[in-house]
Design a protein around this ligand. Sequence first.
Ligand code: FES
Ligand code: FES
Length: 154
Amino acid sequence: MATTQFTVDGKPARVDGDPQMPLLYALRGDLKMINPKFGCGLAQCGACTVHINGEAVRSCVLPVSAVQGQQITTLAGLGTPDKPHPLQTAFVQEQVPQCGYCINGWVMTAAAFLKKNPTATDAQVRDALAGLKCRCGTHVSIMRAIKRAQAQMV
Ligand code: FES
Ligand code: FES
């Protein structure tokens, strides 16, 4: 049993429990932040991605104790309904989601990558997203949305 304190989307958070508990469980179970999804639980699909100090991280395999004092951003903190992130806008405009389960992973991973690499080529973007999965097969519209957002981010 241990206490881990960090910030999520700019607000202080505290989790009491097993320090080895995956961060994803702390976010979804303890803090009721349901944008990061449980997909594989093995760092293979990306559905659970959050930003830690701006880096895209798969929260299903990271012990909660590893984020002591860190700044976490979830999809809900990336933008607001009034001021959405360009990727959030583009995913809506391109009507990407089918079931929507994977979308958190694509948006969060692409957001962290494009922030550092705003002029990345299509091939570089595809490489950066290569480990993500969409079981509904929306990959073509995902890439279209990311390209649309990228044009707003350079
Ligand atoms: S649930 Fe974390 S990578 Fe699949
Ligand atoms: S939209 Fe259903 S898994 Fe991607």
